[in-house]
Design a protein around this ligand. Sequence first.
Ligand code: PMP
Length: 425
Amino acid sequence: MVDRPKSEELFARAVRVIPGGVNSPVRAFAAVGGHPVFIDRGEGAELIDSDGNRYLDFCGSWGPLILGHAHPEVLEAINRTAAKGTSFGATTALEVELAEYIVERVAPLEKIRFVSSGTEAVMSAVRLARGFTGRDKIIKFNGCYHGHSDYLLVKAGSGLATLGTPSSGGVPADFAAHTLVADLDDEHAVERYFARYGKDIAAVIIEPIPANNGLLPQLPEFLHFLRDITRRYGALLIFDEVISGFRVGWGGAAERYGIEPDLMTFGKVIGGGMPVGAFGGRADIMDKLAPLGPVYQAGTLSGNPVAMAAGLATMRVLEREDGFTRLEELGNYFEQALRTHLKGVEAAVVRKGSIIWLVFQTQIPHRADQIEAKAIQRFNAMHRAVLDRGVYLPPSGYEVMFVSLAHTEAMLEKGASVLGEVVRA
Ligand code: PMP
């Protein structure tokens, strides 16, 4: 066991003043045991904790850090912008620049609005879908996470799966009553909901690459089916691309699958590690937002200049370095290295570009209920030993790993070999 006296001391202080010692439950080591490691800084693909231990990082702040930690060009943009003032509550050129940058690259988007988190982005998109259609119900999928707003905390993936809470306390049953939940990959369930409630369904929302309850890639046919059935019933299709947006390619999953959703949500990469979310889509829908239309949505720090600058700098580096080609190479390298080091182990490696999930079962799941509890227990059981050998994995078997442009082949080989050693031990 590696001693981490500073982390332990910080944790003891944290639990006195912060519930569970963490500001987001997925940061707790509840599933894997032990206490969380306190991070002092990041350098490229590495994290350094408060005791000075170094770790190869496969969490990447849960997705935003596609260039790795503390990229000099991102830091320079942040510092240059912050020196002029950190928030004005008035419009700035940077918001226009980032909006143009994204709208030019994501085909279904005509207009976009920035918020400060993925939760806000999805909450606003759903309100807009309801305001636009004049309908109340939405369909979501078991295992897809769309942030922590009341009516979306129903069968919502890892954080809740980890805690063994099917839903959340504090959500009135009435609020969740308009949320219809279907299994992924289950056309019949969706058809049945539309047959029964068709005129009341405002939208179907899905993570087109579900990555919050393991990585559960969907058949293209299923996503096309959702596009067709929503059109047929006058409902909107919302792609929640908070993870997949600017992670699996310029046009996100929408482009990958050749589907035009009506609304899309973003977060993570587009903020370059600063708090940002966004939602966008067809202009006739987006123009229903205040101040043009009746659907209210607002934010003191929305479109924050420092965050906009970090996002722009991140995406410009990605573009200049042909980032998605390299990320595909690195992702593939890691996948092969994991396969080699886990040969003979009951495990599957699931990958979409630089998003990778390791699960200790042989059958590749496509729905939340196909993930075996013992597969997750096996991951959780090895987490601490992997950490002690200098590899930082997200602290739950339901979570995916992220590879960044700062990872090298040698680092990926090291990560895979540590995993292999620990699993065999
Ligand atoms: N949607 C998806 C698909 C997500 O992965 C997340 C966060 N993991 C959210 C929404 C919520 O984003 P945030 O944590 O920034 O509120």
